[in-house]
Design a protein around this ligand. Structure first.
Ligand code: NAD
Length: 320
């Protein structure tokens, strides 16, 4: 840790940022929380509101609206800031606007002397994490995105419901892009230590097609929630808190974050959702699962989507 207090700076106090902050407070996950937003008044209001809950929490967290210079001795800077897609706006145009937002954030954070971990939630999260890495010049192990952490939690919940097992005893991951090309490597999915594919083979009551259905449900979950309530925020707020705890507690926990691949799974030059060991150094290690050939192919396709998207953005930038 940079100092003896666990200090987090949150940039972007919208729905996602504040769901994260609320969850941090309720889980007493840090000692100092600084809120920064383009809309300073909003950050101040949110700090007041959270502080008024302190008396009911088991936490004595120091919470205030701050400045980029407050990042200097922070352990983690979490970025949830972003602009929303305008009607008719292309994905690339949105990405360009969010890249501009990130320039206005990452530069002052690094200028402050910050030497901790960047954690990114803004979408498209794998691309925004790569942009943060490029802009900061940090060691890639110190820059991570929420990746498929939330998708993995959704998968474990749905498998837990189907098998009637506590999701904490379901071990399965969503890998690849946090988006349409993400997938589940079923060869690696287990209930306790029992392979889910084996369970399907042994028990005629378990329908293998249900696994495909569950995978599709995970892929479409964000669309469904957005259709119903315009945005998703509680789940991602809790996923970010889980990653924060793993970093601040030096836990060596396995979480599917967006991490830079440097030869793992035969992939390079890409940030993608993969299971990683997370501790105070950020991504301590990318876990290399024994994927089947078909699964490795799907990861390769997903990484290609992400690489192409980033290169499209870089080419646009170079042309301007
Ligand atoms: P929101 O509009 O409620 O909040 C965005 C905040 O960013 C606003 O408060 C805004 O003032 C601030 N902001 C904009 N530009 C800024 C700048 N230059 N500097 C500082 N602050 C700035 O949006 P939201 O619902 O909180 O979503 C935030 C992001 O999180 C979106 O990109 C969304 O797609 C993403 N998200 C990610 C996941 C995931 O799994 N990774 C899940 C849900 C949402």
């Amino acid at each position: 840790m940079v100092n003896d207090k666990r200090k987090v700076v949150l940039v972007g106090t919208g729905m996602v940022g504040m769901s994260y902050a609320y969850s941090l407070l309720n889980q007493n996950a840090c000692d100092e929380l600084v809120l920064i937003d383009l809309n300073r008044k909003r950050a101040e209001g949110e700090a007041m509101d959270l502080n008024h809950g302190l008396a009911f929490s088991g936490s004595s967290m120091k919470i205030y609206a701050g400045e980029y210079k407050d990042c200097q001795d922070a352990d983690i800077v979490v970025i949830c800031a972003g602009v929303a897609q305008q009607p008719g706006e292309t994905r690339l145009a949105l990405l360009k606007r969010n890249a501009k937002v990130f320039r206005s954030i990452v530069e002052p954070v690094t200028v402050s002397g910050f030497d901790g971990i960047f954690l990114v939630a803004t979408n498209p999260v794998d691309i925004m994490t790569r942009i943060t890495y490029m802009l900061s010049g940090f060691n890639p192990r110190k820059v991570l995105g929420s990746g498929t952490a939330l998708d993995t939690a959704r998968l474990r919940y749905l498998l837990g419901e189907y098998f009637r097992v506590d999701p904490r005893n379901v071990h399965a991951y969503v890998m690849g892009e946090h988006g349409d090309s993400e997938f589940v490597p079923w060869s690696q999915a287990q209930v306790a230590t029992k392979s889910i594919l084996e369970l399907c083979g042994e028990n005629p009551e378990i329908d293998k097609n249900k696994l495909t259905e569950i995978e599709r449900e995970v892929q479409g979950a964000a669309y469904k929630i957005i259709e119903a309530k315009d945005a998703t925020y509680y789940g991602i707020g809790m996923a970010l808190t889980r990653i924060t705890r793993a970093i601040l507690g030096d836990e060596n926990s396995v979480l599917t974050v967006s991490a830079m691949l440097r030869g793992e799974y035969g992939q390079n030059d890409v940030f993608s959702g993969v299971p990683c060991i997370i501790n105070k150094s950020g991504v301590k290690r990318v876990l290399k699962l024994s994927l089947s050939q078909e699964e490795a192919g799907r990861l390769g396709e997903s990484c290609k989507v992400l690489r192409d998207c980033y290169e499209e953005l870089a080419a646009e930038d170079a042309a301007n």
